[in-house]
Ligand binder design. Structure first.
Ligand code: TRH
Length: 377
């Protein structure tokens, strides 16, 4: 019999919570034949990346996943065989009782946030709390062997490579977004939180010897873009040129289209968790705007990732990349580090592909979850 999975997603803010759980749910259905219910408390955030979502209904099927609205007043539901609480969200107490009432308790896991820190390996798959005899486990995504790995759909890298080798397919895709880059222009995508460091980066791009076409999905960084341009009311479709730099505002697209956007660009500025991982699968150099946490603990996470990611780079290329990422995350000066990075471009580019291949050697997160369940029953 097919295993039944319940994934609970509470949308804290932004799109990462729903982005990760929606991706995972679809993959469990498509590649592992699981029966998946995805409980989401905020269907409007979901609708941004999956426009077919009907925000008015409590139960619907999308891509083979049973999508359920997780209401503030829990209406009751039988507990599944595998229960995933994403990012430490609290399950409804009645649902926890339903888990405990099962003849055979479910496998209950907390799917944690992604981190490259050392301690993750030691905590992955460890028992956490118990509720009425039902044991909860930690499940950590990660970059190192001994973690749960990263979300990666079967055939993703092959698709990506075929697309990157097909100039016509890229051009056609960009045209659907209304993007017509000038010949030879460097394409960069920019998905980030508010960042005062943006102006210095845009200054340097606009005065560069090579033209840049910067694609900015609508979102939190637009205020900084507007300030730099000296305009108001930037909207989807707007294109502005300042010397060597063309800036274009894109709509928020569905996840598979966003992948294609990343695959088209030479350099991707990404943020949070899911876009950060997708940019790595794009095999192109990237810049990560990490999600800010209290007491700057996110900076430890940033350093942990940088140490791992840059370990195989030459000292000079490593220094350039680290300086750029740290500047971006501390709203520091971006101009000098960007110039430094450009000096090491061939090495940094090649490294992005090697890193991607190295990461793809690990089992993907959905497979790792299924394997954990199979070893547990
Ligand atoms: O939106 P985010 O900032 O999400 C964050 C992080 O997950 C963070 O760790 C978490 O604590 C916080 O939310 C609550 O960035 P992230 O993770 O990249 O999620 C964005 C999602 O949106 C991702 O699945 C890609 C998707 N996306 C599209 O589908 N279309 C688009 O056009 C764009 C720009 C993104």
């Amino acid at each position: 019999m097919k295993a039944r999975w319940d994934i609970f997603c509470s949308v804290v803010d932004n799109y990462g919570d729903i982005g990760v759980t929606w991706r995972l749910a679809r993959q469990l259905v498509a590649e592992h034949g699981c029966d998946v219910r995805l409980w989401v408390d905020d269907l409007r955030a979901f609708e941004r990346m999956c426009p077919e979502i009907d925000v008015q209904v409590d139960q619907q099927w999308q891509a083979g996943v049973e999508v359920r609205h997780w209401p503030a007043e829990w209406q009751g539901a039988a507990a599944a065989d595998v229960v995933i609480a994403a990012f430490a969200c609290q399950l409804p107490p009645d649902y926890m009782d339903a888990m405990a009432a099962r003849e055979r308790p479910p496998l209950w896991m907390n799917l944690d946030y992604l981190s490259a820190e050392d301690w993750v390996v030691g905590c992955h798959r460890l028992p956490s709390v118990k509720y009425k005899g039902v044991q909860k486990y930690f499940f950590f995504p990660g970059f190192r062997p001994g973690t749960g790995g990263l979300l990666r759909e079967a055939g993703l890298l092959e698709q990506r490579r075929a697309f990157q080798q097909d100039a016509a397919a890229q051009q056609q895709f960009l045209q659907t977004l209304g993007v017509f880059p000038a010949t030879g222009a460097r394409l960069i995508s920019l998905f980030a939180y508010e960042n005062a460091g943006l102006a210095a980066w845009l200054d340097v791009l606009s005065t560069d010897g090579r033209t840049t076409h910067l694609l900015v999905p609508e979102g939190r960084i637009l205020g900084d873009v507007q300030r730099w341009l000296g305009v108001e009311g930037l909207a989807v479709g707007d294109v502005h040129q300042r010397d060597a730099l063309t800036l274009q505002v894109l709509p928020f697209v569905r996840q598979d289209q966003y992948d294609r956007l990343l695959w088209c660009c030479e350099f991707n500025a990404v943020r949070g968790e899911d876009s950060f991982v997708r940019a790595q699968w794009a095999g192109r150099p990237l810049l990560w705007h990490i999600y800010r946490q209290d007491e700057d603990i996110h900076l430890d996470k940033l350093d942990a990732f940088l140490a791992l990611y840059t370990a195989a780079l030459s000292p000079a290329a490593r220094a350039a990349l680290i300086t750029l990422w740290q500047a971006w995350n501390t709203q520091g000066d971006m101009a000098q580090p960007w110039k430094m990075l450009m000096e090491h471009w061939p090495e940094v580019s090649q490294h992005a592909e090697s890193w991607c291949l190295e990461q793809a050697l690990q089992a993907d997160l959905a497979t790792a979850l299924v394997q954990f369940y199979e070893s547990w029953i």
